[in-house]
Design a protein around this ligand. Structure first.
Ligand SMILES: Nc1nc2c(ncn2[C@@H]2O[C@H](COP(=O)(O)OP(=O)(O)OP(=O)(O)O)[C@@H](O)[C@H]2O)c(=O)[nH]1
Ligand SMILES: [Mg+2]
Length: 653
């Protein structure tokens, strides 16, 4: 069997990641079990979480496309889960996931690495069910009568996600991959599930079958998604079927030129990679290296690795390095504070304690007030968002009427084209709305949180406590507010994955826009397509559509969008609350670190104990390890930047 394709970028990423992890482990030794400063346990926990996230962090790859574009087959090949099967004298390639010329995948199947293979179905109500692996193909697939693809079928009984643990080298190298149902599937549940999955995806492979035209659906989907996802590739599939010559070139190359031209128009900058998953699978099974090369699959893998390492990989390392740096500084400062307290004699400690008391009372009051400011801001922002949502709804009403009015009736009647008209209209209006919300959060909320924290610290400084307190307040004022983490958590996302790992604004915008496309847009398409389907062909025209739109269709859509806006506004309010809690909690932190250190030193003195070992250690070494950890942690993040490809790989090569 041929060697796996070049995984150089992944290897470099792994080395850089291990460098950061080593720096974090070094910090862990400073945070031993004997460390008792205020918040040491929380610091330890935070460090463990950061380490775990860094070591277990996977690149999430979503495979998307119209039905039968070859998604499931490509994934079987990628995971090397392919074998020959003889049936009725014909040899076919079969794999872990069901593949067929008919619509086949009916649910998102997430494949994760594990040595012991097993599958679990997850349901909307939180229920989970084990599925024997030999039943998997049937479980995630549509029945022979294609019931699951029928929009009228009650879908409440089917799983929202099936997670399969697979022993595969590709996954072990750091990937999680998701097979998604065909985007053009009539069943809205499928489209919703796929769109909801995307903001958490680090890369998207968008499959287009060589023999299929670049459809309006492809153009609309790519045009929208490429604004939010950094690593996106168009994969031209099944090129083995189009090797016959067409003049100088093979037919698939002509198709490639056509797809590249369309991609340049609708999704500029997105590379097109032609592959044959069949040749790759066949080459793997028979050990034919030439077939593997001819499949062009290795090119796809190399481009994918390089892009992921340069985007998600880089931002993950940067985040972990920043985390390591701030933790190192915090640990260094805490150690130094403890050490200083233990150097004082008992009368000095008692005097310091008395001096602290009035300042701490003032800080309590200031923190309570500042926390309250953020709660109030949360309520204001919620109202602002709902008001701007009302504007959006009114604006959309007119935009839809204009879009229906100017569209050809044939396009409105074609469900896939109708979908792109509605998606494009909604995405552009909601895109602006989402950008405004992102700005509100990033500008107003961040500024308010900074001001509120600043007020607490200023009150503390003005209260004129001992120098120890002033030092602590200066340390706290240099700390960063973890806004991205709070916002991602409020939206139920992982801050280190997908669009959220790009930056806060991108995470928010993609979640809000794709959520609207997976929600209100789907309802509107279903309502209009239903009207066309119910009337005899040619009797339902634009006049009827516009009348129905005014008489109820628009109102239903508007109600759904209003509910969506209200949910988003409530999420933003909850972020402000979280920040308010953080500010209010400053008082515990300041008290615990200033007064706490004095109390700990006093009881040590009274018990006739030496300063604890960690405080002794701190006196000698508090600063040096901090600097070392900080350097080690940021160096790999700097280096990994050089792995970004200068230009996106694209056909022809
Ligand atoms: N010749 C050839 N056939 C392929 C290739 N990839 C997929 N196919 C065939 O195309 C058909 C559809 O493939 P699937 O992988 O089931 O497509 P899908 O995108 O998962 O389809 P849905 O799950 O229905 O959305 C199957 O009959 C596959 O055998 C390829 O590289 N070459
Ligand atoms: Mg499939």
């Amino acid at each position: 069997m041929s060697e796996p394709p070049c995984d150089e970028p992944l290897r470099r990423y792994a080395i850089a990641r291990d460098g950061v992890a080593d720096a974090l482990v070094e910090l862990q030794t400073l945070l031993g079990d004997d460390a008792t400063w205020h918040g040491a346990a929380a610091d330890r926990e935070h460090l463990e979480r950061t380490l775990e996230r860094l070591r277990d962090g996977r690149f999430v790859l979503a495979v998307v496309g119209e039905f039968s574009s070859g998604k499931s087959f490509l994934l079987n090949a990628l995971l090397r889960k392919v074998v020959h099967e003889e049936r009725l004298g014909v040899t076919r390639i079969v794999g872990l996931l069901a593949t067929d010329i008919n619509p086949s995948t009916a649910t998102i199947t997430e494949l994760v690495y594990a040595q012991d293979e097993l599958a679990t179905a997850h349901y909307a109500d939180g229920r989970q069910e084990r599925i024997p692996l030999d039943r998997l193909a049937r479980f995630v697939a549509v029945g022979a009568d294609a019931k699951l693809h029928d929009a009228t079928t009650d879908e409440t009984g089917s799983p929202t996600l099936v997670r399969v643990a697979v022993n595969s080298t590709f996954l072990a190298n750091g990937f999680v991959v998701a097979d998604t149902p065909g985007l053009a599937s009539i069943n809205p549940v499928h489209r919703r599930a796929t769109l909801a999955y995307l903001p958490g995806a680090d890369a998207v492979l968008y499959l287009i079958d060589t023999q299929q035209p670049f459809s309006a659906g492809d153009a609309s989907f790519l045009g929208i998604v490429q604004r939010y996802i950094e690593s996106i590739f168009i994969v031209q599939t099944k090129i083995d079927l189009w090797r016959m010559h067409d003049g100088e070139r093979e037919t698939w190359q002509t198709a490639s030129t056509r797809i590249v031209a369309q991609a340049a128009l609708h999704a500029p900058g997105v590379p097109v990679l032609p592959v044959s998953a069949r040749d790759y699978a066949e080459g793997l099974i028979t050990g034919d290296a030439e077939l593997v090369a001819q499949s062009r699959f290795p090119d796809l893998l190399a481009a994918l690795d390089a892009s992921l390492v340069a985007t998600t990989g880089r931002s993950r390392l940067r985040r972990a390095a920043a985390d390591a740096r701030s933790l190192a500084t915090r640990v260094g400062d805490a150690l130094a504070g403890e050490a200083r307290a233990h150097e004082h004699d008992e009368p000095t400690l008692l005097r310091l304690r008395d001096d602290l008391a009035p300042a701490l009372t003032i800080i309590d009051t200031a923190a309570f007030a500042a926390g309250g400011t953020l709660l109030a801001l949360g309520a204001t922002l919620e109202e602002t968002i709902i008001a701007s949502g009302a504007q959006l709804r009114a604006d959309l009403h007119h935009r839809f009427i204009r879009a229906f009015d100017t569209a050809d009736i044939a396009r409105l009647r074609d469900r896939a084209k109708l979908h792109s008209i509605i998606d494009d209209t909604l995405a552009s209006a909601v895109g602006q709305f989402a950008a405004d919300i992102a700005e509100l959060i990033v500008q107003r909320l961040r500024a308010a949180a900074k001001t509120a924290a600043g007020d607490v610290l200023a009150a503390g400084r003005d209260a004129g406590g001992p120098t120890e307190l002033a030092t602590l307040l200066t340390t706290i004022s240099g700390e960063r507010i973890p806004l991205t983490e709070d916002v991602a958590t409020a939206f139920g996302a992982d801050p280190a994955s997908g669009a959220w790992s790009t930056d806060l604004e991108t995470g928010l915008r993609s979640t809000i826009v794709l959520g609207a496309l997976g929600g209100p847009a789907i309802g509107l398409v279903a309502a209009i397509a239903g009207r066309f389907a119910a009337a005899p062909y040619g009797t339902y025209m634009k006049r009827e559509l516009l009348a129905d739109f005014g008489a109820g269709v628009a109102a239903d859509f508007d109600a759904e969008l209003a509910a969506y806006v209200a949910r988003t506004a409530a999420q933003v309010r909850s972020i402000a609350h979280r920040l308010g809690e953080r500010i209010a909690a400053l008082t515990d932190r300041i008290r615990g670190e200033s007064l706490g250190a004095i109390e700990r030193a006093l009881s040590a003195r009274r018990a006739g104990l030496d300063p604890p070992a960690y405080a002794r250690r701190a006196r000698e070494t508090a600063k040096a390890p901090t600097a070392r950890v900080s350097n080690t942690a940021s160096a790999p993040a700097r280096r990994s930047r050089s792995t970004r490809p200068a230009t996106a790989p694209s056909f022809p090569r």
